[in-house]
Design a protein around this ligand. Structure first.
Ligand code: GLY
Ligand code: MN
Ligand code: MN
Length: 429
């Protein structure tokens, strides 16, 4: 768990970055309609959560900075017996003041009036430029006198890039659960089952172990379906002799995990599958080895491209010279995505990749990123040796950058051909 002390520390750090005579506003998430009057499960907005730890909707966090010091104000929903009977208990303003170490707490129905008072005489308004929330336009209308606006993300994004020890522990805990889920499906008898049955097993294990949700919609893609990068239908049958690409990770207490394993339906890799799989695995291990402070993500991508091209040339998937394949981006047909992304409160953590001057941000101790090379060969691609057609492979781990190098936080999730086959054999049911 993240302590209230840590949220206070984050707010102090954030407030320090604000200009004098400014107001910063962060809104909670809103319920989203699924259909008619049913809603998707509520998930708090990550930046609001990062600075508040508050999990209810219809809330806002406001910073008022003047004369070098900052005041923090939380707006929360009013207690309401009838509404709470239908939608669950609310913390309410009195308890919120005790739990959350902010300077002032008001009920959300006071926001419109209060914000006008708070904005008076201020020069700068900070909010989330990327937000599509209509409350932002409303706020901008109210703050018409303030001509300068700044994006909150340029401040929080940098903070979120470097994970604290407790955030790293949360990610590790999430990965422990994700490990159980991946190992369990490796062991299962799968032939004849549907992809969604594996998805159900995985998500059952997430929930059973305390992870309320997945961090993103699980991908369970058998055979050629693995070549659709965002395949989430998960409706096909698991066919004997084919591979299944499983990209699934739980979210625990708001922290993500993001793991892909590609495993044989019957527990044993064919020779062709093994050749492709071990090529991708070698690339993944080589790129992970490079992770250390100072290295740039673009260097990791370049290494992945070079090694994948070499591998594809060796297997006869690409033809010609290494230089030409790289220069002409011939590999993109088979490896179209990036080597990885920041991960934390969001699976694709909303943190910058570049400084404001456009320079790339190098890896630093405390960052968490995925490394996820892949190769995707369509079943109808006549340019590729027949034995490789219809195979899609991705291997993805979550890596912490440490002072001296890195720690593979998902090291315990098996991935060698031998280990995957052995795990299946250990439970031959
Ligand atoms: N699961 C999403 C991704 O790997 O980026
Ligand atoms: Mn990923
Ligand atoms: Mn993934």
């Amino acid at each position: 768990m993240i302590s209230q002390k840590e949220y206070t520390k984050r707010r102090k750090k954030f407030a320090k970055k604000l200009e004098d005579n400014s107001v910063a506003v962060l809104y909670s998430a809103k319920y989203k309609t699924r259909s008619n009057d049913t809603e998707y499960p509520f998930r708090q907005e990550s930046n609001f959560y990062y600075l508040s730890g508050f999990r209810e909707d219809n809330a806002a966090l406001v910073f008022v900075k003047s004369k070098g010091s900052a005041k923090t104000i939380l707006f929360v929903q009013k207690k309401d017996e009838t509404l709470e009977l239908w939608s669950g208990k609310r913390v309410g303003e009195i308890q919120a003041k005790t739990i959350f170490d902010v300077d002032e707490v008001y009920t959300s129905d006071m926001f419109e009036q209060k914000i006008l008072e708070l904005l008076k005489g201020k020069n700068m308004l900070y909010f989330d430029f990327a937000s599509k929330d209509e409350r932002i336009n409303n706020l901008k209308d109210k703050a018409k006198a303030i001509v300068s606006h700044k994006d909150i993300m340029s401040l929080i994004g940098y903070m979120r890039l470097i994970k604290s020890p407790s955030e790293i522990m949360m990610i590790q805990d999430a990965l422990e659960i994700t490990k159980k889920a991946h190992h369990e499906v490796m062991k299962l008898k799968k032939t004849g089952k549907k992809e969604y049955e594996l998805q159900a097993e995985i998500e059952y294990i997430f929930k059973k172990n305390g992870a309320y949700s997945d961090a993103y919609t699980s991908i369970v893609a058998c055979a050629n379906a693995a070549n659709t990068l965002h395949y989430i239908e998960n409706v096909a049958s698991l066919v004997e002799g084919e591979l299944i690409l499983i990209d699934a990770g739980c979210e625990l207490e708001y922290y993500a995990s993001d793991i892909t394993r590609t495993i044989p339906v019957n527990g044993k890799f064919s020779q062709a599958q093994k050749e492709l799989y071990e090529m991708v695995l070698d690339v993944e291990c080589e790129v992970i080895k490079m992770v250390k402070p100072g290295v740039k993500r673009s260097a990791l991508q370049a290494k992945a491209v070079k090694l994948l091209c070499k591998g594809m040339l060796k297997l006869g998937i690409l033809k010609g010279s290494l230089e030409n394949n790289i220069k002409k981006e011939k590999y993109k047909k088979y490896y179209p995505h990036g080597i990885g992304h920041w991960m934390g409160l969001d699976v694709h953590d909303q943190c910058p990749y570049k400084y404001e001057n456009g320079d790339e941000i190098p890896l630093m101790s405390g960052m968490v990123l995925t490394i996820e090379p892949g190769i995707y060969i369509d079943k109808d691609d006549k340019k590729v040796p027949k034995k490789y057609r219809g195979i899609g492979i991705r291997i993805e781990d979550d890596i912490l950058v440490t002072k001296d190098g890195h720690q593979n936080l998902s090291q315990g999730i098996v991935k060698s051909v031998k280990e995957i086959q052995r795990l299946k054999l250990s439970n031959n049911s």
